[in-house]
Design a binder for this molecule. Structure first.
Ligand code: GDP
Length: 455
């Protein structure tokens, strides 16, 4: 269960909140009851710190008492701060020497080093944000595309919590009514009849189902999609891979079968990370290394979310390509007829989206990107608010659904309400855990330990 807020809030923590290395500005963040007193000893302030106000301050050299740097200091007084306790942020010049000296001075004066994510953990423990919002802070910092950042920002603002709270309230209401029915069975209180319970449970199941389904989209936003680039040797896979990346990474040569190892790079398509995997040619093996490459390539295709089959349009279709095209009909796939610059043709052979390109001249590359965007969008880009973005969240929603389905089944068989209640309580525990109201300490530790220091 949650740690005791009062015990940790006695401690003052400190960390460098800006990334390691040199920069224009570097920020040392102090949180806790000693924050103001400690900052006062390290800095020469022209005016005393005031809540939500930036102050100019000289950073004092601890040995000579001379001015070592100039800084801008912001102060947020408890409880109206990020963590809920006093926070002082010293924005000095971004020199590791100065920032580390400041941290050392804070440690000498009673602060301790903050653990990764501890500031956000405090925000959670003090009740300023719930667990889904805390997770979103990490997602926002880790976002690689603007779209990912937008989704994280929505969740940080409580989009998921807002979706879950009414469900939880309705569930608590239902539980209360059933409890009343049991506790006052002798009295004349009207107890919900079973059909009524079924209806009530069903109205809870429906929005939870929608949430559970949003995880597929959340997973895609978070982890991206894999695109296997497959085709015969020399069709131009590596060239297209490179053209898509706009920089040289894969080996491009005129002799077939050189891309033996899988090469992976990530691009952003429609704000979704797309992991391009360049595979070895799909042809019969002529030597051992090549056969390993081909096996890998088939495996990659099986594992990939999306497949791009590259065909050399100057050659007629090989039998293996026809076979492959037929199997791809079941997949989210794209056909690319490459080498259009040297008189390629595009036979109408498939229902699959088809693009004509020249990796050499760049012809058709815009169309290829559009086709990839369409493919990515068709892979579950539904809505941007209230999506489940972590496996943990999905497991809690699934657990809640399981409890409700069991309650529904129990209610349908007319068994005593006590049994229905057990399942409803189980569902409630999962929803509580989702937002962090009853999340065990080890799970919390796991979540916050993946944050960066200083957040
Ligand atoms: P891979 O084996 O499928 O990865 O094919 P590569 O990308 O290594 O390309 C094989 C050869 O075809 C190289 O010599 C490329 O320069 C050439 N090539 C690739 N794409 C095109 C294209 O669109 N037009 C022309 N004319 N040559 C291309």
């Amino acid at each position: 269960m949650k740690s005791d807020f009062s015990s940790w809030s006695q401690e003052t923590i400190v960390a460098i909140s800006t990334p390691p290395g040199r920069g224009g500005i570097g920020v040392v963040r102090l949180a806790g009851p000693l924050a103001v007193a400690i900052a006062g000893q390290l800095l020469r302030l022209r005016n005393p710190l005031a809540h939500a106000t930036a102050r100019f301050a000289e950073v004092i050299d601890p040995e000579t008492a001379a001015k070592l740097d100039e800084s801008v200091v912001t102060f947020f007084a408890a409880p109206n701060s990020y963590t809920g306790d006093d926070i002082v942020e010293i924005a000095a010049h971004g020199s590791p020497v100065i920032l580390e000296m400041l941290v050392r001075q804070c440690l000498n004066r009673g602060a301790r080093l903050a653990r990764p994510g501890e500031f956000t953990e405090r925000a959670f423990l003090s009740g300023r944000i719930d667990l889904t919002q805390a997770e979103a802070v990490k997602d926002l910092i880790g976002s690689q595309t603007l779209y990912q950042a937008r989704v994280a920002a929505g969740q940080m603002g409580g989009a998921l919590s807002r979706r879950v709270h009414p469900i939880k309230e309705a569930l608590v209401g239902l539980i209360a009514r059933l409890e009343a029915g049991i506790d006052f069975a002798e009295d004349d209180i009207e107890v919900a009849g079973n059909p009524e319970i079924l209806t009530a449970v069903d109205t809870l199941i429906q929005p939870l189902n929608t949430l559970a389904a949003s995880f597929e989209h959340g997973r895609i936003i978070h982890s991206g999609l894999t695109l296997a680039i497959v085709g015969r040797p020399n069709a131009g896979k590596s060239s297209l891979f490179n053209a898509l990346l706009k920089r040289e990474r894969a080996i491009v040569t005129a002799s077939p079968g050189t891309t033996r190892d899988l090469v992976t790079e990530t691009v952003a398509i429609g704000g979704i990370p797309l992991h391009l995997v360049d595979t070895a040619g799909l042809r019969e093996a002529t030597d051992e290394a090549e056969s390993i490459g081909i096996r890998k390539s088939r495996e990659t295709m099986a594992d990939a979310d999306l497949v791009m089959l590259v065909v050399d349009s100057t050659l007629s279709l090989a039998e293996e390509e026809r076979v492959l095209i037929a199997t791809l009909a079941e997949r989210k796939a794209l056909l690319v007829f490459n080498k259009s610059d040297i008189g390629g043709h595009t036979p109408a052979i498939s229902e699959l989206p088809t693009v004509q390109t020249s990796a050499l001249t760049g012809e058709g590359m815009a169309e290829l990107q559009d086709a990839l965007l369409a493919l990515v969008s068709s892979s579950g880009a539904v809505e941007t608010d209230a999506v489940l973005t972590s496996l943990r969240q999905h497991e809690e929603v699934s657990g809640a659904l399981k409890g409700l389905l069991a309650a529904r089944a129990a209610a349908a068989t007319n068994i005593p309400h006590e049994m229905v209640l057990l399942d409803l309580y189980s569902a409630l525990r999962h929803l509580d855990s989702l937002t962090g109201e009853t999340t065990p300490d080890d799970v919390l530790n796991l979540i916050f330990s993946t944050f960066c220091i200083g957040k």
